[in-house]
Design a protein around this ligand. Structure first.
Ligand SMILES: [Zn+2]
Length: 388
């Protein structure tokens, strides 16, 4: 049995919570954190919560149009959510199950099933469960292999013009989790988490947004990789080339990250769900910070300020690095929230080219993984939908 999850009113709470903060990136991160934490409270909310505003029912065409692209939307949310689960920020046995965490060796994952999944769409009839009961969705279809049934006929009775995209997409994941062995409670839990994340996606513009971000991130990653490569051939950090290239690349980084977060005052503006979590932003930030570090290290005019940040130590953590930037006269970096793990990260003092290239190459390798996820989302093929 599946029920459309109730329309939730998170927006007012979010606005209150973030009222004092100006940083747009921070807004997006707060959304991500809140949506994760709040999801525990939203499960089981019925669909009958009638508000004062009348929203028309979703049409069959609207629901049908959501299906082909649902794989992209699910993947972009799942990449970020899996990071949150694997780093212990979200604890859920149901999510562990679909991500293959603590599962028997060789167990399939949600990404595996999504890869092959077909959807049997019923225009005028319900889906049926194992006992022949009518339902909105089920894992019983006439299709071979991994397939689920979605009943457009029933969903038009339950969904509205302002929630059908994320509700339909979350229902697909509910059924996919059954294919992975989830019981009903687990499937509902996965669905609840998905609703909390997917409602942030700007569905009509998602293809454009994810494509744009994937390209932007890739350009930055390639830029950093090329700096690392050329740096390996240099003899000294005092080489003039370092100073020029470091600030150029750093500025480009900042521009891209600002662009990613440009619409985060708008709940529907979180442009790439898989990026909207502390962990991934931290990793990108680390790559960017290596360029800032290089810029300082290669600037002889700032040698004493830079040395004062490190104060004779071989390394400083990021929190101290930021503090040092503001007290040394180098200029404070804009405030960025971090995961908390960030401050523990040691940022080695740059004594030579080799030390910098090693550190930057490590940051770039992680950044590359994030770019790969973004590209996988942007290039995702449509689900095959079979109408019955
Ligand atoms: Zn179910």
């Amino acid at each position: 049995m599946w029920k459309a999850q109730g329309q939730f009113v998170i927006k007012a709470e979010v606005k209150l919570f973030i009222g004092g903060f100006m940083n747009k990136l921070f807004l997006s991160l707060v959304f991500a954190g809140l949506s994760t934490q709040a999801s525990a409270n939203i499960g089981g909310v019925g669909s009958g919560g009638g508000g004062a505003v009348h929203v028309p029912a979703a049409t069959l065409d609207q629901i049908k149009s959501t299906l082909p692209n649902a794989r992209r939307e699910l993947r972009q949310w799942l990449y970020g959510e899996e990071t949150l689960v694997r780093t212990g920020r979200v604890k859920s046995d149901a999510l562990n199950l679909i991500f293959g965490i603590n599962q028997p060796k060789g167990a399939r994952t949600v990404q595996d099933v999504l890869g092959d999944l077909q959807i049997e769409f019923h225009d005028t009839t319900p889906c049926y469960d194992a006992l022949g009961n009518e339902d909105d969705g089920s894992i019983y279809t006439s299709l071979p292999g991994d397939a689920i049934c979605i009943s457009g006929a029933r969903l038009t009775q339950e969904l509205r013009a302002d929630d059908y995209e994320y509700q339909t997409t979350a229902l697909i994941l509910h059924e996919v989790s059954h294919l992975l062995g989830a019981n009903e409670a687990q499937a509902v839990e996965v669905q609840d988490y998905a609703v909390m994340g997917l409602h942030l996606i700007d569905f009509p513009n998602s293809a454009f947004n994810t494509g744009r971000i994937a390209v932007s991130l890739q350009v930055q990653e390639q830029g950093l990789a090329s700096v690392v490569k050329i740096a390996a051939k240099k003899n000294s950090l005092k080489d003039k080339w370092f100073n020029e290239v470091a600030i150029g690349r750093y500025s480009a980084f900042v521009t891209v990250l600002d662009g990613i977060n440009v619409n985060c005052d708008n709940l529907k503006g979180a442009p790439l769900m898989s990026l909207v979590n502390y962990q991934d932003i931290d990793e990108i930030r680390m790559a960017q910070e290596q360029l800032m570090n290089l810029y300082y290290a290669s600037n002889s005019a700032w040698a004493s300020e830079y040395a004062s940040i490190f104060n004779g130590k071989a390394s400083v953590n990021l929190a101290d690095f930021f503090k040092g930037e503001s007290t040394s006269g180098l200029g404070a970096a804009a405030y960025w929230p971090t995961s908390g793990q960030w401050a523990d990260t040691q940022m080695p003092y740059i004594k030579n080219v080799k030390a910098w290239t090693d550190e930057a190459a490590a940051a770039d390798a992680t950044f590359k993984k994030i770019v790969d996820h973004a590209q996988a989302v942007a290039n995702e093929a449509s689900f095959t939908v079979v109408e019955k």
